[in-house]
Design a protein around this ligand. Structure first.
Ligand code: PCA
Length: 325
């Protein structure tokens, strides 16, 4: 090898060691299910910017929001299969595979941020193991504001829900709606306005965020603050894709993810009051639920928790034991 060529090779190699940046720049496509202005999407977009900065451009994350690359129910599978290295989805969508994933959507188990945080601390190690078996690793999870009830008239008791065409977003909510006597249908967030205007649904349970973002006042009049549960979105990575990253890049991603989780929980809390106010400003009637309604809904919650414990087995027990400690 002539000297000059040898130096060039050495030089390139040296550059790779001291500055992987630029040389090994990677771009990750990342599908997310919710529209751009959703606070979760805003938080993830900040996460992507922070990863870029923390890795000096070695890892760029390109978001595909609103289910544009993969439909919501396909996102977890796409990350598992390695079609994309990372993605966001509603954690309790995985309940059908393993009930432990759905702890946060159990009605009235954890209904405020403090309890939701304790539940996440209890759930995280358990689902980390379950995700690991699927070749996935959780990066961070962020809750939606407590879930409330949207209807076209005042709901005073569970009986008032009977027969209502009800929008659901996972199997747990579908079961809850069925047990109240309502008739549930699955509808993704971007399709909510159309589902109401075409009459496919006439009531729903979701956060003040999703209600306000989808202009609930255009098709319902009452928001009943039942604070039924605090479900989370999770961001996961494909482990093989993660392992391919330079060690320093891996560390930067994990640190940035921890920051995104903290920021997301704060954003969620701020969102709650802000979005209820928007519902109110747009003419919706904010209702404090009657004791009778709450007693009826909580009774259904107890029945569901009983079933969930059976379905979730040891994993569920591990979560509840840690949560109730
Ligand atoms: N918004 C999402 C999930 C929970 C929430 O508050 C939805 O309605 O589908």
């Amino acid at each position: 090898m002539n000297v000059l060529k040898g130096m060039a090779v050495l030089g390139a190699f040296g550059a790779m060691i001291s500055a992987p940046i630029g040389v090994l720049a990677d771009t990750w496509d990342m599908p997310t299910p919710y529209p751009d202005k959703t606070f979760h999407t805003v938080n993830i977009s900040q996460f992507a910017k922070d990863v870029d900065a923390a890795t000096n451009g070695a890892l760029k994350i390109k978001l595909h929001t609103g289910g544009s690359l993969f439909k919501h129910p396909e996102i977890s599978k796409a990350v598992r299969g390695g079609q994309v290295p990372a993605g966001e989805f509603f954690l309790s969508l995985l309940t059908n595979e393993q009930a432990a994933f759905g702890a946060d959507s159990q009605p009235f188990l954890a209904t405020n941020y403090e309890d939701a945080k304790r539940l996440w601390d209890a759930q995280r190690p358990v689902i980390t193991k379950l995700l690991d078996k699927q070749g996935l690793m959780p990066l961070f999870a962020v809750p939606w504001p407590p879930q409330g009830l949207y209807t076209k008239k005042e709901i005073k008791t569970v009986d008032d829900l009977k027969g209502l065409k009800f929008r659901a977003y996972n199997s747990t909510l579908e079961k809850f709606a069925n047990l109240t006597g309502a008739a549930p249908t699955q509808v993704e967030v971007p399709d909510i306005p159309q589902a109401f205007t075409t009459g496919r649904v006439e009531a729903m349970i979701t956060s003040p965020s999703t209600g306000a973002n989808s202009k609930a006042w255009d098709y319902v009049s009452h928001y009943t603050n039942i604070q039924a549960w605090v479900p989370k979105n999770i961001v996961v990575v494909n482990k093989r894709a993660f392992r391919k990253l330079d060690k320093s890049v891996q560390e930067a991603v994990l640190e940035t993810a921890a920051k995104a989780e903290l920021r997301g929980w704060k954003m969620s809390q701020a969102e709650t009051a802000a979005k209820v106010k928007i519902l109110e400003q747009n003419g919706m009637i904010i209702v404090k639920p009657s004791a009778e309604l709450m007693a009826g809904l909580k009774g259904i919650g107890e029945e569901m928790l009983h079933d969930w414990k059976q379905a979730a087995g040891d994993a569920g027990k591990e979560i509840l034991d840690a949560y109730n400690k």
